[in-house]
Design a binder for this molecule. Sequence first.
Ligand SMILES: Nc1ncnc2c1ncn2[C@@H]1O[C@H](COP(=O)(O)OP(=O)(O)OP(=O)(O)O)[C@@H](O)[C@H]1O
Ligand SMILES: [Mg+2]
Length: 242
Amino acid sequence: MERDTPLLECKGINCGYADMQVLYDVYLTVKEKEAVVIFGSNGSGKSTLLKTLSGLLKPWNGSVRFYDRDITDLAPHERARLGISFASDTRNLFLSMSVEENLILGAYTNRKRLRKNLEMVYHYFPELANMKKKLAGELSGGYQRMLSIGRALMSEPHLLMIDELSLGLSPNMVDRLGEALTNINRENGLAMLVVEQEIYLASNMCKRGYVLDLGKIVAQGEVQKLLQEDTVRRVYMGGSHP
Ligand SMILES: Nc1ncnc2c1ncn2[C@@H]1O[C@H](COP(=O)(O)OP(=O)(O)OP(=O)(O)O)[C@@H](O)[C@H]1O
Ligand SMILES: [Mg+2]
């Protein structure tokens, strides 16, 4: 059962790069055990929002809370220690190290929990168990993405943020990752905030969502209802569909 307690809550976020503003007065919450999606056309500020929530970018103003703590001024590693994990892409992998070594590097925990967490990752991603001795650099892009998510899970996050899960992956791999993440959310109650352009994947994984347009939240609510709204279709489809 989902609880109504906000896990992550951002209020009135304005942010950008140098003097270019990208996000305007963004309010967003993720409740405990909830999976939430952010939709938006290219350049609308989705990645910028995730970067702001993970601490990679400092908001110009506004606040970010996690549980009941103000984390607005915390650095990314401090947020990670509190349980916010950001699987942005595969660039954080060590390509000349093995799959298992990469997973172990993702752990901030003691040895006993490390074993338990490795088993958990291998349970949801048996493919990684079968390739544990392989070098990360030898994996296909899809399996590297799987490894980057497995690695994010090793820190026992309370919130997992993922940017563009499906980007550049084969339809089979997209299904596979979507299925595993949905199971992790349902069985372990891991809250997720995902940016995802694949409507099918996003609506399977997430019940609730937000739509960003030119850096502003223009709609929010149940994903199924959101996708039926004209404004959302126009914004999300970038005006290229009738
Ligand atoms: N490092 C950066 N420096 C300067 N401007 C940036 C930087 N990253 C993004 N931008 C600009 O900020 C705006 C929002 O970009 P952002 O990457 O957040 O959008 P997005 O919604 O994630 O887009 P996409 O769907 O293409 O991933 C764009 O105008 C982009 O050009
Ligand atoms: Mg992006």
